[in-house]
Ligand binder design. Structure first.
Ligand code: ARG
Length: 605
C-alpha cells in the first residue's frame, strides 16, 4: 500500500468539482515535517485561490467540506493562510498494520505494470585484481536489482566484464617475457596478476591519460625509464592488436588466462553476496562487431573519416570512433553490439548502466547512436556515481599510493568488525551485563555480516552522484545511520522475543489487535505504513539511499517507541500483544530493507 497515494485519493475527489486539472494540486500533498501539523499536508489553497479568485482560507474551507473522510481521515484542520493538515485515523492505521503483519510482502504491492530491466553492473577488467573503483558499481547495481525485483519487475543482471581490453596486451607481454613457471604452477591467478602489475609499472611513465589508476601520479621519471616504457607499451599494444585480430598464439594464451582471471573474482562476489544472471564480457561481442560497423555505415549513422570510421553526433563534440585506422574496434563499438544483443534477447523496457560518472560522455554518445540506430523505444539510463575518497579528499589509495584491492578491503572490514564487536562485548562484561556465549561459527558470521554490511551501507546511504569519504570509524559506528546500527536494532528487537519466550509466528499468522494510544506507538505505526512510498521513490530514481533514509527514519521512530513504551511490562496483556506485534513488524521491515541493500542480518550480536 502506497500511503501517500491513498491519502491523495479523497483529495482528488474533493478537487474534482473545484478545478479542471486536479492532478497538479493532488501532487502537492506532502508528508509533514512535524507531527504537530498532522501526517500529511496540502498547500494547494494558496495557488488555487488565485485561479478561483477567492481567499486562500475560503478555498481551504471548501476543499475540506468536499473531502470524503471515510474511515481514513480525521476532520482536517486549516492552519495559517490556508494549509490543510491531514491526519490519519489511528483505528484505520491499526487495522492496516494488522493486515500487513500477515503479509510476507509487508504491505508492498507489486508494480501495476511490471517492466523488464537489464542492469549492467560491476564490469571489472578481469586482467587485474578488482579494485575499490568497482565496489560502487557492484553494490549499487546489486541493490537496484533486489529492489526492482521486489517491486515485481523482471531484471537481468549482467556483468559486462572487461575481458578483451588493452590490459590483456600487458598480460600477454608480461607472460611472454617475465612469467615464472613456478608461479604459474603454484598460483596462476597471483602470477598473472603480478605480471600485469609489473608491466603496468614499467609503462607508467607513458600511461595514457584516461588510466584512472595512474593519472594523478607525480611525473618524475628518468629518461631511461621513459625510453623503456615507450618500448614496452608499444609491444603490449601490439600484443593487444594481435589478440584482437585473433592471432592463434595470443588467443590460446587468452583462453588460458581467462578462467584464472574469473576464478580470482569468484570469492569476492561470493563474500559480497552478489549474483549475476549473465556475465557476458566484451569478448562475447567481438564476432558481432564487423556487422555493427557495416550496419551503422549502411544506415548513414557512421562514416569514414581519415581512414577510421566514426559517428558524428554533434558538430561541437569530437566524433566517436567505432573502428580505428588499424582496423581495431573500440569500447563504443562493443557497447553498441551489446545494446543490439540485449534488446534482441530480452526485449527490455530499460537498460541501466551502473558506471562511474566519468564515463558520462561515452554513454551519452552510445545512447544517442542507439536511438538513431532505431532503438528508440528503450530507456537507456546511465546510473552514474561519484568516487570513493580517502582522508585527504583524493581518490582512495593505499598508504603507498597504490590501488586498493577489493579483496583486502573486505578482509579489513571483517577484521575491524571483529574488533568493534570484541570491544563492545568487553564493555558489556565490565558493566556486569549478561553476555551469552556464542556458538561455534556464530562470531565469524557476525563479523562478515557487520563488516561487509558496514561497507555496503556507507556506500548506499550516499546520494550516489556525489563523491564520499571512506571512513572506517564512521561506517562501523554502532550509533547513527550505519549498517551496524540497523543490524543491532534488529538484534535487540529479536532479543525481546527471546526474553518473552514468545514465538514470532503468532504475530504473523494470527496477529492480535493493534492499539495506537501513545504518540510513540502511532509515530512508529506511521513509518511502518510508509515503506512502499520510500521504495517506489528509490526505484524510480535508482537511488538506494531512499531505502537507507527509510531505515533511518524507521529506526528513530522505533527507538522513541522503545524508550517510552514498555513492551514486556506493558500495563495490560492487550497492549503487550499489540506492542509485540509492532516490534515484530519493525524487525521484519528492517530485515527486508537490509536485504534490499544486500546486507545480512544476524539473530544475535
Ligand atoms: N569495464 C568497464 C570499466 O571498468 C566498465 C564497463 C561498464 N559497462 C559498459 N557496458 N560499458 O571501466
Amino acid at each position: 500500500m502506497h500511503l501517500l497515494e491513498h491519502v491523495q485519493e479523497p483529495i482528488r475527489l474533493a478537487l474534482a468539482g473545484l478545478v479542471a486539472d486536479p492532478e497538479t494540486y493532488v501532487a502537492m500533498v506532502k508528508p509533514t515535517q512535524d507531527a504537530k501539523h498532522g501526517d500529511y499536508q496540502l498547500n494547494a489553497a494558496m495557488s488555487l485561490a488565485k485561479t478561483l479568485g477567492k481567499k486562500p482560507r475560503e478555498v481551504a474551507q471548501e476543499i475540506v467540506e468536499r473531502l470524503p473522510l471515510g474511515d481514513l481521515l480525521e476532520t482536517p484542520e486549516i492552519a495559517g493562510p490556508g494549509f490543510i493538515n491531514l491526519r490519519l485515523r489511528s483505528d484505520w492505521m491499526a487495522a492496516r498494520l494488522r493486515e500487513i503483519a500477515r503479509d510476507p510482502r509487508l504491505g508492498v504491492a507489486p508494480a501495476a505494470k511490471a517492466k523488464t530491466y537489464v542492469i549492467d553492473f560491476s564490469g571489472p577488467n578481469v586482467a587485474k585484481p578488482m579494485h575499490v573503483g568497482h565496489l560502487r558499481s557492484t553494490i549499487i547495481g546489486d541493490s537496484l536489482i533486489r529492489l526492482l525485483r521486489f517491486l515485481g519487475h523482471t531484471v537481468v543482471g549482467d556483468n559486462h566484464l572487461g575481458d578483451w581490453g588493452t590490459q590483456f596486451g600487458m598480460m600477454l607481454f608480461g607472460y611472454k617475457n617475465y612469467a615464472q613457471q613456478k608461479g604459474m604452477d603454484k598460483d596462476p591467478v597471483r602470477e598473472l596478476a603480478r605480471l600485469y602489475v609489473l608491466v603496468r609499472e614499467i609503462t607508467k611513465p607513458v600511461a595514457a591519460e584516461e588510466d584512472d589508476e595512474t593519472s594523478d601520479k607525480p611525473t618524475k621519471f628518468t629518461d631511461e625509464a621513459i625510453q623503456v616504457a615507450k618500448i614496452v607499451a608499444d609491444a603490449a599494444r601490439k600484443e593487444t592488436s594481435k589478440l584482437h585480430t585473433f592471432d592463434e598464439e595470443n588467443l590460446r594464451l587468452w583462453n588460458l588466462f581467462i578462467p584464472n582471471c574469473l576464478e580470482d573474482l569468484k570469492p569476492i562476489y561470493k563474500r559480497l553476496d552478489i549474483q549475476f544472471d549473465e556475465s557476458l564480457g566484451e569478448s562475447f561481442y567481438q564476432p558481432m562487431l564487423p556487422s555493427v560497423v557495416a550496419d551503422l555505415q549502411a544506415k548513414g549513422i557512421a562514416r569514414e573519416s581519415q581512414g577510421a570510421i566514426a559517428i558524428f553526433l554533434d558538430e561541437k563534440e569530437p566524433p566517436s570512433l567505432i573502428q580505428k585506422r588499424d582496423g581495431a574496434f573500440t569500447y563504443t563499438t562493443t557497447d553498441l553490439a551489446t545494446i543490439r544483443h540485449r534488446i534482441e534477447t530480452w526485449k527490455p523496457d530499460a537498460i541501466l548502466y551502473v558506471v562511474d560518472s566519468r564515463q558520462a560522455l561515452h554513454f551519452r554518445n552510445v545512447f544517442e547512436t542507439a536511438r538513431r540506430w532505431g532503438y528508440d523505444n528503450v530507456a537507456f539510463e546511465h546510473v552514474s556515481f561519484g568516487s570513493v575518497l580517502g582522508d585527504d579528499g583524493r581518490p582512495l589509495k593505499t598508504r603507498e599510493g597504490g590501488v586498493i584491492e577489493l579483496g583486502s578491503l573486505i578482509q579489513e572490514a571483517v577484521e575491524r568488525a571483529g574488533t568493534v564487536y570484541e570491544e563492545a562485548r568487553q564493555e558489556a562484561l565490565a558493566a556486569g551485563e549478561e553476555v551469552t556465549p556464542l556458538e561455534v561459527g556464530e562470531l565469524e558470521a557476525i563479523k562478515e555480516a557487520v563488516g561487509i554490511g558496514a561497507v555496503k551501507y556507507a556506500d548506499l546511504c550516499q546520494n550516489r552522484t556525489s563523491d564520499y569519504r571512506f571512513s572506517w570509524q564512521k561506517m562501523l559506528a554502532m550509533t547513527g545511520n550505519t549498517g551496524a546500527y540497523m543490524q543491532y536494532a534488529y538484534v535487540r528487537n529479536r532479543g525481546i522475543f527471546r526474553k518473552a519466550g514468545a514465538l514470532v509466528a503468532k504475530y504473523r499468522d494470527d496477529p492480535p489487535a493493534v492499539i495506537l494510544a501513545e504518540p510513540h506507538e502511532r509515530a512508529l505505526a506511521f513509518q511502518l505504513l510508509r515503506l512502499e512510498e520510500y521504495l517506489r521513490v528509490a526505484a524510480a530514481e535508482y537511488q538506494p539511499n531512499f531505502v537507507t533514509s527509510y531505515l533511518w527514519d524507521l529506526s528513530k521512530a522505533y527507538s522513541g517507541f522503545f524508550q517510552n513504551c514498555p513492551v514486556l511490562r506493558a500495563s495490560s496483556p492487550e497492549i503487550r500483544e499489540s506492542r509485540l506485534l509492532l516490534c515484530d513488524l519493525t524487525a521484519r521491515t528492517i530485515q527486508k530493507c537490509l536485504e534490499l541493500l544486500g546486507i545480512r542480518t544476524v539473530e544475535r550480536m
